[in-house]
Write a protein that binds this ligand. Structure first.
Ligand SMILES: [Zn+2]
Length: 147
């Protein structure tokens, strides 16, 4: 992948580099060169890079304590555990708690992936924050489940 790639029309892939008008001569599509340059730039993480990183940072800290768990419920909760601390404030084991936990988890993953694919430095910040948050969350979930 080259650093400075040619701008391409999002509709027809026509090479738009050097054009002085914001209209594709091939298909007539109007484009914003600044947005297009950013979207097609190679110096930001792509979502398919950001998503696995966000998933890893969100879920891997829980893997540390899962093997020590005897209660099968924790294995079932694995997917929504990142929402644990929010769900904890609701009545335990009610359907609403699980829905809220799932919603929080989804927001963390979608929001994290969105932010992490903006800029490389944001990518680092998001992964760091998620790792820290998930680490604390995993430790907290473990402590609570031991009671
Ligand atoms: Zn075009």
């Amino acid at each position: 992948m080259t650093e400075a790639r040619a701008l391409k029309c999002p509709n027809c892939a026509y090479n738009l580099t050097g054009l002085t008008v914001n209209r594709c001569p091939e298909c007539g599509g109007v484009f914003d060169p600044v947005t297009l340059a950013w979207v097609q730039s190679s110096d930001r993480p792509r979502w398919w890079v950001a998503l696995p990183a966000v998933l890893a940072c969100t879920y891997l800290p829980f893997a540390v304590w899962i093997p020590f768990q005897s209660q099968a419920i924790w294995f079932k909760l694995w997917l929504i555990l990142p929402g644990f601390f929010v769900g904890m404030f609701l009545h335990p084991n009610e359907p609403l708690e699980f829905i809220v936990m799932a919603a929080v988890t989804l927001m963390v993953i979608v929001g994290g992936t969105y932010l992490a694919s903006r800029r490389w430095w944001l990518f680092g910040v998001v992964c760091g924050v998620l790792l820290l948050g998930a680490g604390l969350n995993a430790w907290g979930s473990y402590a609570v489940s031991r009671v």
